[in-house]
Ligand binder design. Structure first.
Ligand code: NDP
Length: 503
């Protein structure tokens, strides 16, 4: 029987296991508070030299890193698959390829995006203003186990291109990928100390926040995110939090059911449902509910679950044993209250941590399973009267990361999308925008504060500093400077009335 993927509690060492086989893959050390401080100092020293590099030089170095990643694609996919449990194709399509694409997008554009931005002043025409962007310094990243490469590397690449150093605390569940990413970074000839990987548990993450970093990017659960944001707030460190999701799918009666069923099946079970953007609840109107459900059940039964390191596997392993307990508990609760398991429903027999892709019928809005994040391969179907009821239910959540709408009427799809309280709503598609670096990845409600990706996301990795200057020779003094007097007051008032006389 495979060993549960869990952390070895030996104080100085974390052992990482393959969740599909239980095999120990390797171990890493636990960084102490002092180790973390030293790592941050090394990064800070390296950042000073890096910030002086031209954009062109930074771009060239990063493009070398891109080549190294591309050259190591097979090995990298295998490592990700082994440590995380996702399939090889998922490792390629959701980890390696999006990272390479993000790197390319920002490497080509960083100089332009970060060039000074003129502000045109509507009133003070004799003066000028612009914003220029200065690297913040050392960016701290705390990342989860479900995308051990794409999340920290995407954020790191943006940080490097904008002139920063990075100190990364990866999840204790998948630390080896982060350590390997650092090896690739060094292979590419990047300045060695610019990227620090500090392995450890929550205490190491807390030490990172306390270590004098200049910004924090945290991705993880809502409770930890709140603690991290609080700690950053106390130190006045800007903090972006990317937290949990509970994505609803609102299916309209006119939806293309074949595409919708395939999208829901993939959106519910890719990465074994361990995606913050996974479809976690389906709202289908009575008129199409049964047909759609049958199609999804059929497609789910056809999925091949097993060895993630095989090209012919669709659904891989569960990375963290806790997620099996969460799925089991929520399914049991739903079934007790009348839901029916149409397929799946249990842990797969045999070695490794696998949970069968599960479709639930007869779920209602008052069940825990439509409110609590499952983070496992479970797709609950809720039958609704119409789209309005679906919309009400979709918004009845404390989370708001992603949501999905299915309809053939594109403009109606956008209309519905705008009514859903979610950082991103996709029409006739699921999950994919994380791989589009031009678009923001962001949550509303408890799903987080701030965003990653986008041109503004790159600017956000810098301090935006404002310079205000005189464009023409200035007066000896401005009329609102000293001395004050009644006549000056009335002159300024007349001026105001003159300026704003028209509506
Ligand atoms: P956790 O919140 O458990 O952990 C996230 C990271 O925080 C880990 O590196 C963890 O370290 C670290 N950490 C734990 N405690 C502290 C602390 N007190 N101070 C600082 N750091 C700490 O989340 P999971 O790793 O379980 O990730 C799953 C969650 O992440 C899900 O809720 C999912 O929805 C969300 N997520 C959100 C995404 C988004 O973009 N919005 C994307 C991906 C996931 P350690 O592992 O060593 O305990």
């Amino acid at each position: 029987m495979a060993r549960a993927k869990k952390v070895d509690r030996a104080p100085q060492e974390i052992v990482s296991y393959n969740p599909a086989t239980g095999e120990a893959l390797g171990s890493v050390g636990v960084y102490s508070t002092e180790d973390v401080r030293e790592a941050v100092q090394r990064a800070r020293d390296a950042q000073r030299a890096w910030a002086a590099f031209s954009f062109r030089a930074r771009k060239e170095r990063l493009l070398r890193l891109r080549q190294v990643i591309i050259d190591h694609t097979d090995d990298l996919c295998e490592r990700i698959s082994k440590e995380n449990g996702k399939t090889l194709q998922e490792a390629l399509m959701s980890e390696v390829l999006p990272t390479v694409d993000l790197l390319t997008y920002f490497a080509k554009r960083a100089e332009k995006i970060l060039s000074p931005q003129k502000i045109s002043l509507h009133l003070f025409k004799q003066r000028g203003s612009y914003i220029h962007f200065v690297p913040r310094g050392v960016i701290g990243i705390i990342s989860p186990w479900n995308f051990p490469f794409a999340i920290p590397m995407g954020e790191s690449i943006m940080a490097f291109l904008s002139g920063n150093a990075v100190v990364l605390k990866p999840s204790e569940v998948t630390p080896l990928i982060a350590v390997h990413a650092k090896e690739l970074f060094e292979k590419a000839g990047m300045p060695k100390d610019l990227f620090q990987v500090i392995t450890g548990e929550g205490a190491t993450g807390q030490a990172l926040i306390d270590s004098g970093i200049d910004m924090m990017f945290f991705t993880g659960s809502v409770p930890t995110g709140k603690r991290v944001a609080e700690a950053c707030g106390a130190r006045l460190i800007p903090c972006v939090t990317e937290l949990g999701g509970k994505a609803p799918a609102v299916v309209c009666p006119d939806a293309d059911l074949e595409r919708t069923a395939s999208a829901l099946t993939w959106g519910g079970f890719a990465n074994s449902g361990q995606v913050c953007a996974s479809v976690e609840r389906v709202y289908a109107p009575e008129s199409i509910h049964d047909e759609l459900l049958e199609m999804v059940v059929e497609k789910t039964k056809a999925l091949r679950q097993g060895n993630p390191n095989s090209f012919n596997t669709d659904v891989g392993a569960i990375c963290l044993s806790r997620q099996i307990d969460v799925a089991r508990d929520l399914i049991d609760d739903a079934v007790e209250q009348g839901a029916k398991i149409r397929t799946g429903g249990s842990r797969k027999e045999g070695d490794g941590m696998f949970f069968q892709p599960t479709v639930l019928e007869g779920v209602t809005q008052d069940m825990r399973i439509v409110h609590e994040e499952i983070f496992g391969p479970v797709l609950p179907f809720v039958k609704v009267k119409d789209v309005n009821e679906a919309l009400r239910h979709a918004n009845d959540s404390h989370l708001g990361l992603t949501a999905y709408v299915f309809t053939k009427d594109r403009s109606r799809g956008r209309e519905i999308a705008e009514q859903i309280e979610s950082g991103t709503v996709m029409v006739n598609d699921v999950m994919a925008t994380y791989g589009m670096p031009e678009t923001p990845w962001q949550g509303v409600k408890d799903s987080g504060v701030g965003f990653v990706h986008t041109d503004d996301g790159l600017r956000n990795m810098c301090q935006s500093r404002h310079v205000h200057y005189d464009r023409i020779i200035s007066l000896k003094k401005e009329p609102w400077w000293y001395p004050y007097s009644e006549s000056r007051f009335s002159m300024l008032k007349k001026f105001m009335k003159l300026l704003f006389r028209r509506p």
